[in-house]
Design a protein around this ligand. Structure first.
Ligand SMILES: Nc1ncnc2c1ncn2[C@@H]1O[C@H](COP(=O)(O)OP(=O)(O)OP(=O)(O)O)[C@@H](O)[C@H]1O
Ligand SMILES: Nc1ncnc2c1ncn2[C@@H]1O[C@H](COP(=O)(O)OP(=O)(O)OP(=O)(O)O)[C@@H](O)[C@H]1O
Ligand SMILES: [Mg+2]
Ligand SMILES: [Mg+2]
Lengths: 251, 251
């Protein structure tokens, strides 16, 4: 089973868009996927459902069992939903002096069986919630928008992973750096793409081009593969998913 | 003096771009501005300087006085820089059981004199750092990207302000909702702009159009008003700044 955290501390770079579309694409290919929404903004949840009974918050507080919170949102695709109250967990874990407070998510998800992928979507913040996601995961997927401000902190990201993990004696390798909002019309995208290749080498995947239909799909509570399966954005995601599947044997 | 927080819990919607360009635009018009970077990602800081001596972190920990941290980055424009260590303040405030832990920023900035505007840039997170920014401010400016996902949580934002402030018996009015990344080529922008007008009425400002030069300016450590003063993005910001100045007498 692959334990994935989709992470980038810069906001609005394509984390949720990756989480939703790759999770659904893998499910359509027959893989069993659990999507965990670890962001109080709950965008991944919002796209798949408007009706949440128990959210990840109540799992952190040990009020319910995992299976009571899990929602099946598509064939082969389950969701652990988020809610705004998840933001209180950062202070709650400290105030309650919860032992091993960065390993709570790992404990919550330990009963999850039968999945090929557990994918965790995150908020753009240095937080205890994210320390939990980083500790749970065995690989990181990092969407990066083709923007200078998105690039400014990318090296910091790598340092953050190694420090977070060194406290626990594990490493969190980055499996994929996913160039997002790639725009062939301006040279900035090409320039930033080249810088990513210089820094990260062959873990840089095919870019996800700017495609307005990708940003429309959430409005219809759909993944891009359902909303407009033939558009450029859908093709880009299918190509990325194929690579993820082809490399499954490495994990 | 106007105490402003630029805030939106959705990532990547134009908070930093607004903070940097409006702060510099007001400074160019002769107003004295203090820009406070309250985001551990430190994007506002990064645009104006690569050389930070003391950051806001050490002010929260009461290790230095405000004037030792302030940097003058342009005529009439001072900066309280951020750094990545600012992210530790969320847990530090709880662990140290700091009294009135949401009123520390207000205390830090109380010696700031002679400014017409104090503008605080924030991270997209529900955090103690942001509770401090909300408590300090007397008005909020809310950039909103013309995207469905950016719209999903906008009503939450208003609830968050009223709850945060009701604990302290004050209100945090939204002065401006700034439509960002407005793209005339697709109907989505117009549709979302109309929804914002329905919800917020006349506090919705002129939109800031998509303009690649606005996203290039950070690479050259410039505001858009310096980088390309005649482009559409620069004109949009000048129009927004004129409205802010014209309405000064209301504040
Ligand atoms: N390929 C694309 N083309 C056009 N728009 C896109 C594309 N990918 C994402 N978007 C839009 O860009 C915005 C940011 O994407 P998204 O919300 O996935 O980023 P995020 O990193 O999850 O943001 P946050 O940090 O707030 O969680 C969204 O409105 C989304 O619909
Ligand atoms: N008018 C515009 N046209 C084109 N690009 C823009 C425009 N305004 C902002 N951008 C770009 O969009 C991206 C997001 O903007 P910005 O970083 O200001 O958002 P933010 O809300 O501060 O993000 P975060 O939540 O990560 O702090 C940046 O790369 C920025 O350069
Ligand atoms: Mg997201
Ligand atoms: Mg910002």
């Amino acid at each position: 089973m692959r334990r994935v955290v989709i992470i980038n501390f810069k906001g609005g770079v394509g984390k949720t868009t990756t989480a939703v579309n790759v999770a659904h694409g893998l499910a359509l290919s027959g893989f069993r996927v659990l999507l965990v929404d670890n962001d109080p903004q709950a965008n991944s949840t919002f796209i798949f459902t408007k009706d949440v009974k128990h959210s990840l918050t109540s799992l952190f507080k040990n009020q319910f069992a995992l299976e009571e919170a899990i929602l099946t949102v598509r064939p082969n695709l389950d969701l652990v939903p988020a809610s705004k109250s998840l933001s209180t967990i950062n202070t709650w874990l400290v105030e309650q002096q919860v032992p091993r407070r960065a390993q709570v998510l790992e404990k919550i998800l330990s009963p999850a069986e039968g999945y090929d992928f557990i994918i965790v979507d995150t908020a753009p913040s240095f937080s205890l919630l994210n320390a939990n996601a980083i500790t749970f995961a065995s690989e990181a997927w990092v969407p990066v928008a083709m923007e200078y401000l998105a690039l400014a902190n990318i090296r910091e990201l790598m340092n953050t992973f190694s420090t977070a993990k060194s406290n626990l004696g594990k490493d969190l390798p980055i499996s994929y750096v996913i160039p997002f909002l790639y725009d062939r019309r301006n040279k900035k995208s090409k320039q930033i793409y080249n810088i990513l290749i210089d820094i990260f080498g062959d873990i840089v995947t095919n870019p996800i081009h700017i495609d307005v239909r990708v940003s429309e799909a959430p409005y219809f509570s759909k993944s891009i593969l359902e909303y407009n399966p033939q558009c450029r954005g859908a093709n880009d995601f299918r190509r990325l998913i194929r690579r993820i599947i082809d490399e499954n044997s490495l994990y």
